[in-house]
Ligand binder design. Structure first.
Ligand code: FAD
Length: 477
């Protein structure tokens, strides 16, 4: 093959597709390789971390970054954002203090105001004054008997629906309602795939596994890298490694040293008939990795609910977190986890773990104990660069000339990383300086809601999940 692409991108997860679409928007020719038959097919996501409120232990700086990046991604993919709030609580048994969360929320409100001052279109989480609301015991008692609201509009309506099912005697008060929304991965995948297919500047190669990379920078050729697949070699000037938890594989073949952790996790799909009204996402904080780890209940359409429980018999796994070693930069999971990653889950384990998850949430929502298994788990492995497993904001590295390695931890970091890569390409002269930098992407904007509805449902079903998981609880106007 004689054609030379400006950029070759390995991995069509959220990071790879955003990089490809941002380059394509500026007319930069690129080629994107994804081993699966559709994009954004790796680890799941369901929560837009617009403030980091699911992580009481992270720094304020990480909370601010998560908020900024989440707003940017929500503006890029509005059709995948489910605008329902999140209920945050701390069980009486847990070490966290509500006061600490409150002071962090005040900091986030000020920061959100600053972001809106910079650009009014950043106001995607509602009015800053309503970013969060605190409910003391007396407030809860006062609203608990109000009628159930089918489609809540106000914070009080969301909260009164929530506390109809939550046993709040088990929780410290106050409890909090915050504007952290849901994030639908099937809808994001559909919008990205449709935009990539329509783009003239990106060649999307699905079902294409990259077997090797060759560094030809010193050979005085008219390209820098060769990307090898089973039957072809593709020439590119700039290489982006966005292969998710596999990024170390390519560092190894390029003899580059790097440190990383990779972690396998799963969430569970359940079916449940709660009250006849919508509920927020429900969070019960607890120390990760202990039997009291956080419980998270995420509402989807048609009475489907997704559950995370940050304990080893639910979301986390024994030996599920592994680290690179001095001589192997790509960490390896054990055979049992590898088997799960290849979609070979034991039926009994799915039932067992989903039932554990249901019982775990049932401690705080007694009626949830009647929930049943609603589909296969949503699972995957994610990467964390360095050696700090509590890091929540990932980044991009430029380990050598014309090579970028994306290592995002949360899906929200994808646009920041894409912009950093574009800046690096400008600095290296791979592309000429762009005078029209913008965070809007016309290729994504052109995709219709109807097309997203159709493809996202198709993707959910094709991947073995109920089609309802592709719909938003709060439909767009
Ligand atoms: C259970 C769970 C829940 C999560 N929940 C959230 C959440 O609520 N919110 C949030 O923001 N984040 C969440 N995350 C994190 C989020 O899923 C990741 O941050 C994100 O998916 C990482 O995207 P990525 O593009 O870097 O990697 P990936 O999505 O892993 O993409 C990498 C792609 O590269 C492809 N690939 C790898 N090797 C090759 C090769 N050799 N050839 C061709 N293709 C290759 C893979 O098939 C894959 O599609 C969650 C993660 C897990 C595990």
């Amino acid at each position: 093959m004689n054609k030379i692409y400006n950029v070759g991108i390995i991995g069509g997860g959220v990071s790879g597709v955003v990089i490809a679409l941002e380059l394509a928007k500026y007319g930069v020719e690129n080629i994107l390789f994804e081993q699966e038959n559709s994009v954004v097919n790796g680890p799941p996501f369901c929560h837009l971390h617009a403030g980091g409120n699911l992580y009481p232990d992270i720094s304020e700086e990480q909370c601010r970054i998560l908020m900024k990046q989440s707003i940017e991604m929500a503006r890029l993919f509005p059709q995948s954002i489910d605008e329902r709030p999140t209920f945050i609580s701390i069980p009486k048994t847990e070490k966290y203090a509500v006061e600490d969360i409150e002071s962090r929320l005040d900091m986030l409100v000020s920061y959100y105001k600053e972001l809106i001052e910079e650009d009014p279109e950043n106001q995607i989480l509602g009015a800053p004054e309503q970013y969060y609301k605190i409910y003391k015991q007396a407030d809860l008692d006062a609203i608990k008997d109000s009628p159930t609201v089918k489609r809540p509009q106000t914070a009080d309506e969301w909260m009164s629906n929530a506390i109809k099912i939550v046993d709040y005697n088990k929780l410290k008060t106050p409890v909090i309602l915050v504007q952290e929304y849901g994030w639908n991965l099937f809808r994001l995948a559909a919008q990205a795939q449709l935009a990539l297919n329509a783009s003239e500047s990106c060649t999307l190669k699905t079902n294409t596994f990259v077997t090797d990379i060759k560094d030809v920078r010193d050979l005085n050729l008219d390209h820098n890298w060769e990307i090898c697949t089973k039957d072809q070699v593709y020439k590119v000037n700039y290489l982006v490694n966005s292969s998710g938890f596999k990024t170390g594989t390519f560092d190894e073949s390029l003899h580059l040293n790097s440190e990383r952790l990779i972690e396998f996790k799963a969430a569970y799909v359940s079916k449940w008939h709660p009250i006849p009204g919508l509920i927020p996402e429900l969070i019960f904080h607890g120390e990760r990795g202990t039997p009291h780890g956080m419980a998270q209940l995420t509402p989807y359409c048609d009475e489907y609910y997704q559950i995370h429980g940050m304990t080893e018999d639910i979301t986390l796994f024994e030996n599920g977190l592994v680290q690179s070693k001095a001589d192997t930069v790509q960490p390896e999971f054990n055979a049992g986890i590898k088997q799960k990653l290849e979609r070979h889950w034991d039926t009994a384990e799915v039932k067992n773990r989903t039932e554990n998850a249901i019982a775990f949430v049932g401690k705080f929502i007694p009626s949830f104990c009647s929930a049943t298994v609603g589909g296969p788990p949503m699972y995957g492995a994610q990467q964390i660069s360095g050696d700090d497993p509590s890091l929540r904001v990932g980044e991009v590295q430029f380990p050598s000339k014309s090579y970028a390695r994306s290592e995002i931890i949360k899906a929200s970091s994808a646009l920041t990383v894409a912009n950093q890569i574009i800046n690096n390409m400008e600095e290296e002269g791979i592309i000429s300086k762009l005078s029209n930098h913008t965070n809007n992407n016309v290729l994504l904007d052109r995709i219709s809601t109807q097309d997203i509805n159709i493809l996202s449902e198709q993707l959910a079903v094709e991947r073995g999940y109920p089609g309802a998981l592709s719909k938003l609880v709060i439909e767009k106007d």
